[in-house]
Design a protein around this ligand. Structure first.
Ligand code: BTN
Length: 320
């Protein structure tokens, strides 16, 4: 990887979306035109869409507004710089927190512009191009065993859906058990990593990847129907996620999932719709009836019988 500070400076120059000549960029950074050329290749390898206009210079295909700790701090009522890491280029924000778990306080956050080893669920990777989406992780310590976190990913989904609705005005929904949806397509995914540390406490890193402005030149890097939210202020988004997730996790610790069931059912993308649930080799069909107090999905099957299921992945029956 080339010098990251220089890379970020070039991105900052280009971030206005205007055309900038190689000479002009070189003069600002104290680099030759050929050195700028090499950096431009690196920028492309990070997923940044950049046009070269012969003899005139370089231009981003869309503006990038970089994450900025100061802008996040002024918009977040509980911001604490000791619990905040903005690492522009990282392997994975979840992994960063997991590697430091012994030293962290609850509500420590890591955000990045680019992940070179972004992780999804079930061993999948999470495509993480530079500056266009959001990659966000928060650490939380639960002072009790695994039962204390039953339904955790569901309440995280609710908190994120509410923030995204507030900022975009769009009808974002939740998909059991770990996704956010818009127009029946995946908008964001949640990855919860749990670790036993010393004592009885349960240590959790909650990771969220949200599609905002991603442009794909190779659509096959994502193997399902996806959608992006569009241009929203990412600094404001981070600020609101920090406060909303912290408030939600405190409430969840005190009152459990039961307090969130109605909210889930109101935001549920699949409620009252025919779905199929795949658990291992088994496929189960039914009409979704929301969730129960254990976070299980309730499926109405033949003769109106409603059964709870934990685990597996759901999809719309119509998508068969
Ligand atoms: C999924 O839907 O498969 C879950 C995707 C989770 C992606 C986020 S991006 C921030 C955090 N860091 C990671 O490596 N993964 C999560």
């Amino acid at each position: 990887m080339r010098n990251i500070n220089q890379l970020l400076k070039i991105i900052t120059v280009l971030s206005d979306g205007q055309l900038h000549s190689g000479e002009a960029i070189g003069a600002i950074l104290g680099m030759s035109r050929s050195a700028i050329n090499k950096y431009v290749k690196t920028l492309r390898s990070l997923g940044i869409h950049l046009t070269s206009v012969p003899n005139r210079g370089y231009q981003l295909s869309q503006r990038i507004s970089l994450l900025d700790e100061k802008k996040i701090a002024v918009q977040c009522n509980i911001f604490n710089p000791k619990r905040f890491y903005l690492i522009p280029i990282i392997d994975s924000t979840n992994q960063f927190l997991l590697n430091r778990i012994e030293q962290l306080d609850s509500a420590t956050v890591c955000v990045a512009e680019y992940q070179y080893n972004g992780r999804g669920r079930r061993g999948r990777s999470w495509f993480s191009p530079f500056g266009t989406n959001l990659y966000f992780s928060m650490y939380w310590k639960f002072a009790a065993g695994p039962l204390a976190v039953t339904g955790l990913s569901l309440v995280v989904g609710i908190a994120i859906a509410k923030v995204l609705r507030q900022l975009s005005g769009k009808a974002i929904t939740v998909k059991w058990p770990n996704d956010l949806y818009l127009d029946d397509k995946k908008l964001a995914g949640i990855l919860v990593d749990m670790v036993g540390r010393s004592g009885d406490d349960l240590h959790v890193v909650i990771g969220v990847g949200i599609n905002l402005m991603m442009q794909l030149s190779t659509p096959e890097v994502i193997d399902q129907k996806w959608i992006k939210l569009g241009n929203i202020d990412r600094n404001q988004l981070v600020a609101k996620l920090i406060s909303s997730l912290s408030d939600t996790l405190v409430e969840f610790e005190q009152k459990g999932l039961v307090n969130f069931i109605n909210e889930w059912n109101e935001l549920d993308n699949f409620i009252n719709r025919p779905i199929k649930l795949i658990i291992g080799d088994e496929t189960i069909y039914g009409i979704s009836q929301g969730i129960n107090e254990q976070g299980a999905i309730l499926l109405q099957q033949e003769e109106g019988c409603i059964k709870p299921y934990i685990g597996g992945e759901i999809s719309l029956r119509a998508n068969d």
